[in-house]
Design a protein around this ligand. Structure first.
Ligand code: SF4
Length: 295
């Protein structure tokens, strides 16, 4: 495994605007640049290509924003900033990747959210989030917070192949249980589901039922997309593990997006399942202040 190198940088801004029509929030903030989790399907990689990062650097050369909390505090202190706007931490890197153990920048940033009572959505794939449960509980008491844990599959063997550096499925499920026990709103994103590998109805139902039994507030399920390096990385993965699926994937992914008919049918199944198990409350992802349409 290639060694991870940390580079320390200072930034002027921590907030960036997201103009993605299907997202229920308009602002994001990344505490680290790059992501050690190295998921093979990662769509965030292409966002770093424009920064001139070479192939592989995204997961092995991590920029640590040393002044992240100070810069965010300045932006939140501006008169024109509206604290009701939900900020997603993070959008193209995981705030609880291993670097956080060493540098603790995410915790410092959470303290800034608490200070300003700013609406917050934490998106992660790591049980390391539990180290900050005390701050998260405080934020939940005084403002809007929800934590969104990503669990793409319950199959640990598959997870180890596609998300090699992400904590185990069991650890993530346990983290969900503890966060819910602490009175925090928790959702799950099961994205991406892999066509013909983890997409059969029985598997999807087992997964959604498990999340529902943990008491999660919402579940969002979606299928794999191809962007940037994802096509090459997925093809390598298929060659080593599911060579017979290569022609089927070529047929499904003639563009960066999955075949429309396949996607429509997939959505029909998953929409029915999230309703059946009572985890279709996507509105819990938005601020209770109804700021989803705020600009
Ligand atoms: S955790 Fe998210 S950002 Fe990090 S490598 Fe995986 S998909 Fe990409």
């Amino acid at each position: 495994m290639e060694k991870v190198v940390y580079e320390h940088v200072e930034v002027e801004k921590m907030l960036h605007r997201l103009d993605v029509w299907f997202l229920p929030f308009r602002w994001g903030s990344n505490i680290y640049r790059g992501c050690e989790h190295d998921c093979i399907y990662c769509n965030a990689r292409y966002t770093h290509e424009y920064l001139g990062m070479q192939e592989g650097e995204f997961s092995h050369k991590i920029m640590v924003k040393d002044n992240a909390a100070i810069a965010l505090d300045k932006e939140f202190s501006k008169e024109k900033w509206n604290k009701n706007l939900t900020v997603n931490v993070s959008t193209v890197s995981d705030p609880y990747q291993p670097a956080e153990k060493e540098f603790g920048n995410t915790r410092k940033v959470l303290e800034v959210f608490l200070k300003h009572h700013n609406a917050l959505l934490v998106t992660t794939k790591s049980d390391l989030v539990l180290k900050d449960i005390d701050v998260l509980q405080e934020i939940a008491k005084t403002g809007f917070l929800n934590v969104c844990m990503t669990v793409t599959t319950l199959d640990q063997e598959l997870s180890s192949k596609i998300e090699p550096r992400v904590p185990t499925v069991e650890k993530r499920l346990e983290a969900i249980r503890k966060l819910k026990g602490a009175g925090i709103t928790v959702g799950v994103t099961a994205i991406p589901v892999l066509p013909y590998i983890s997409d059969d109805e029985e598997t999807l139902e087992g997964m959604i039922k498990t999340f529902s039994e943990l008491g999660v507030d919402y579940v969002i399920v979606d299928v794999l997309n191809y962007k940037g390096e994802t096509r090459q990385r997925m093809t390598k993965f298929l060659e080593s593990n599911y060579p017979s699926l290569i022609p089927k994937y070529e047929a499904l992914y003639q563009t960066d997006y999955c075949d429309k008919e396949y996607s429509k049918n997939f959505r029909k199944i998953t929409n029915r399942l999230v309703k059946k198990y009572g985890v279709d409350h996507y509105d819990k992802m938005y601020s209770y202040r109804k700021n989803k349409d705020a600009k």
